[in-house]
Design a protein. Structure first.
Ligand SMILES: [Zn+2]
Length: 556
């Protein structure tokens, strides 16, 4: 007697094989038969030609804090995700001393756009070390499977305290940090993550700790992966970090390196392709490097209370530590505005915002006539400079005006080339972070709907490989990511003719009734994690069961 049989589906095996018609039988959480299924089952689903694939592995999330109050990792499971890798970019919540909790929450507020009120109300600090954090997640359970990075910034703060954001580490500090990374990896972390990106700033505009690491520190910590013989090194790369250096780290540690965030900029259209070329050459020399790319245009909603869009600009730095009146005075300051205009006028190798004023829109304003118009448009009509106009609108409304900006990754010809690149990894959903700015948790459904069905850039089989088999292999996730006998039954049943992520909408369900952006799936007919249904036929999450596992063992 099987526990579950799904009959008459279009099977996509997650390894890139051509789709074929058949069924899947599940017992005790594992796939036990594939093809023509005979024998009875407790539960039978007639797929009627719908597509069945392994559940999506979302390799770039920030659910570290959210999971402590929301084990359903909403909205990811409903959007087809059955495994989430958390702790990307080095921004984790473990290890963390009691005395550093407030600082860590404030940093997350700044760098990942999380609400401080939400973190204070929701985050359960029942751990100090990485092993204790892993144990807590395991005790509590989760709707999806979870892999956890050891995060550089947390490790650095744990060892160096406040100096973590101020200076390079000495030999003894590096030794202690390496000890913590090893401890985390031995307890079951999936790898080591960091960021050298100038866009990553913490409380008071200080750089996130990992940005202060010198090469010797980076080398020592990445080589911890080599010592344990498993795990990946993930980094969000600043422009000054050379791919040749990362190749060196890949060689010394003999571990894979994931380089984020390769987002296409229309003002510097060749930059990401140069990076991908260097990544390809490193692979030809026998190193394992992949470029993390996104299948979603980077569109953000924001107010000037938290203008992530501008915070990577050098000229914005004087405003970063300011609050209240000092901050608004700075926004009015003519010299400050001039230096911003000058910086935006100069080309940059990589920059989140490049003065694309026609891509910045007013979403919500006290003056309805401004809504849905671009800043470029409004500036032209008013005969004013775009930056001045935008700052003035916001200042008039106590900074409450909501803007949206379509920043990167909107050139579909270019993004299509990136998605098809042999050494790219479809990634960067950032699920769990930037909850009021954007919501790409449904990136997998978007890949299947938009890039496969609407644009025909990828075949269905190739897209499913990129969402399942490829990340499973890269991260060493055992017996997941493929429809194969013996594999855990993480499954997504969907209609290839309609699948898509639904429109983004605002809901108020975070701790304390705080808002976030979310979306519902379209064309999802069921999601199972370890053989247990977590999403119903209508695509809604079925709360109650927490069948996900904490992933602790990874292949070499
Ligand atoms: Zn991230």
């Amino acid at each position: 007697m099987f526990d579950l049989v799904i009959r008459d589906a279009l099977l996509l095996d997650g390894l890139g094989s051509p789709p074929k018609r058949g069924g899947v039988a599940v017992k005790d959480g594992r796939i036990v038969e594939i093809g023509r299924i005979l024998g009875s089952s407790r539960e039978v689903v007639i797929a009627d030609g719908l597509a069945l694939m392994p559940g999506i592995i979302d390799n770039h999330t920030h659910y570290d804090a959210q999971l402590t109050w929301d084990p359903w990792a909403s909205p990811s499971p409903a959007l087809g995700v059955t495994t989430a890798i958390i702790g990307n970019c080095g921004f984790t919540i473990a290890p963390c001393r009691k005395s550093d909790r407030e600082l860590v929450m404030k940093n997350l507020t700044q760098v990942e756009g999380m609400s401080l009120a939400v973190l204070r109300a929701g985050l359960r600090w029942e751990f100090e070390t990485v092993p204790q954090y892993l144990d807590m997640l395991e005790r509590q359970g989760s709707a999806l499977n979870v892999g956890v990075f050891v995060g550089h910034s947390s490790v650095r703060t744990y060892v160096m305290g406040e100096a973590a954001t101020e200076r390079a580490a000495n030999a003894e500090e590096i030794r202690l940090m390496k000890h913590l990374v090893l401890e985390g990896l031995r307890a079951g972390a999936v790898g080591f993550s960091t960021s050298t990106s100038p866009a990553h700033n913490g409380e008071g505009g200080k750089p996130m700790p990992s940005r202060l690491a010198a090469d010797d520190e980076m080398r020592a910590l990445v080589c911890a992966l080599g010592e344990v013989g498993h795990g990946v090194f993930m980094l969000t790369k600043g422009g000054h970090t050379k791919i040749s250096f990362l190749e060196e780290l890949a060689a010394q540690s003999a571990r894979p390196v994931i380089i984020a965030a390769l987002l296409h900029s229309s003002t510097n259209p060749d930059a990401v392709f140069h990076d991908l070329q260097k990544i390809q050459e490193a692979n030809e020399r026998g190193r394992k490097l992949v470029g993390a790319v996104s299948c979603c245009p980077l569109a953000m909603e924001f107010t000037l209370h938290s203008p992530y869009v501008f915070e990577g600009l050098q000229a914005w730095q004087p405003a970063l530590p300011l609050k209240g009146q000092a901050f608004t005075e700075k926004l009015k300051d003519a010299q400050f505005r001039r230096s911003l205009q000058e910086e935006l006028a100069k080309p940059a190798h990589f920059r989140l915002f490049n003065g694309e004023w026609s891509q910045v829109h007013v979403v919500q304003s006290g003056r309805a006539e401004l809504e849905h118009r671009s800043i470029a448009d409004l500036a032209r009509a008013a005969g004013k400079d775009a930056l001045e106009l935008m700052l003035d609108i916001a200042l008039d409304e106590n900074l409450d005006t909501v803007f949206s900006a379509l920043l990167l990754n909107s050139d579909e010809a270019a993004v299509g080339r990136m998605l098809k690149h042999p050494h790219s990894l479809v990634s960067l959903s950032d699920a769990g972070a930037h909850l009021t700015f954007f919501n790409d948790a449904g990136f997998g459904l978007h890949l299947l709907g938009h890039w496969v069905r609407e644009l025909g850039v990828l075949t269905l089989a190739d897209a499913v490989w990129r969402l399942c088999g490829q990340p499973a292999r890269l991260f060493g996730v055992k017996q997941r990511g493929a429809l194969q006998v013996g594999h855990h039954a993480d499954l997504l049943l969907f209609d290839p003719a309609t699948v898509e992520r639904g429109a983004t909408r605002r809901v108020f369900d975070l701790p304390g009734g705080n808002p976030r952006l979310t979306s519902s799936p379209v064309g999802v007919h069921g999601v199972w994690v370890n053989g247990v249904r977590v999403v119903g036929r209508d695509g809604t999450l079925q709360k109650g069961k927490l069948p996900g596992r904490l992933l602790r063992e990874f292949s070499a």
